[in-house]
Design a protein around this ligand. Sequence first.
Ligand code: FES
Ligand SMILES: [Fe+2]
Length: 411
Amino acid sequence: MTKSDSRNGRDSLIPIARDVIKHAKAGTLRQAKDVMRLPADNYTNSDRFEAELNQVIKRVPIILGPSCEIPNPGDFKTLSIAGMSLIVTRDDDGKANALINACSHRGACLIQNENGNRRKFTCPYHGWSFSNKGALIAISAQEDFGEINKNHYGLKTLPVYESAGLIWAIVNPESTVDTKSFLAGYDSMLEIFAFSNWVYVSKRTFSGPNWKIAYDGYLEYYHVPVLHRETFGVDATNRGLYYTWGPHQHIKSPATEKGHVATETLGYMSELMDKPETEWDTETLTYGVWTVFPTTSIASFDAGGRGVLISQILPGETVDESITNQYYIMEKPPSNPEAAEEQFDFFQQVVMQEDYAMGSSAQPGLKKGGIDHVLFGRNEQGNQHFHKWVDKVMSAKSDDDLNDLFKQEDA
Ligand code: FES
Ligand SMILES: [Fe+2]
């Protein structure tokens, strides 16, 4: 990151904080124009789910994880997106690669490990080997096998974009989608965290309901003092202010209470209220929820040091299930690692036992016709924005149409 990136991020966050404080002082909220209705079928129909995989998840850039998860040459991890098994590697040039985890001989998975460090992947079936950039290095018993052009039989690689300490890829090797215009400058905002200098501390993986039911919970604060009354408290805010960059959004709270337990996570700006702007610290300015369309949410926490929870909510094998990866990264290693892990367990339990349990309880009613549409209030702008964008992306017929869509929004 350059100084000017960080400066730009800070300069852009100041007017946002000003706006939040203006609403906090006046007790006002900016609302969506109307209440929105969304067919229940959007969450439950298997054909719709397949279309979402093909037209959204496999077409737009998806965050694969934080850069600091694979910081060193040779580091790798495996990850599955929309049924596609991937190996994400860091090569000797320091570049991130996303390789399709399917041997070019007969398709076997090269590796099932989650994380590790290696320069070479040898297929467990017949022993072909590939570099961590995907090149086919050696064919076992080559003379017996016969002649093929090795250059044509590397692992398939996906378009990768690494920026702001995050790694994106498009799960289509042939994609011509322009990641920069998709991001609409959002990664320049995220640069202010300087995640590329942070440390990877912990990870949790667990299942949940339909991916959009799960993701809806990351997009509004309306539920917080009710569903999270035992954890965040009944006095936590239920109001969010939304700031958007193309399909991506940042949520902050216009609550005035200082030192609330939810300050970092929900983005209370009240600590800045009585200070001159020159004393507004960068850390407080970044508080709140940052959602990166269509599968990721980033929220601040304090666990004996500054950290963020990166939640990656991926569609599961069927319309009724999702897989969530929680990446806990911190600016510095936690002062007390055990206490930090306890706090991560707590966050995981909140999401599983409160958010996802509630989402799962809604699923049968949506599926069996208990209700035929859901409502998003004028105070649930984040959900309105997300679902409108899912539909916009789905209606684009080609990568060119998608690029046009992102360019229009970015203009
Ligand atoms: S399938 Fe990989 S070497 Fe045969
Ligand atoms: Fe929640």
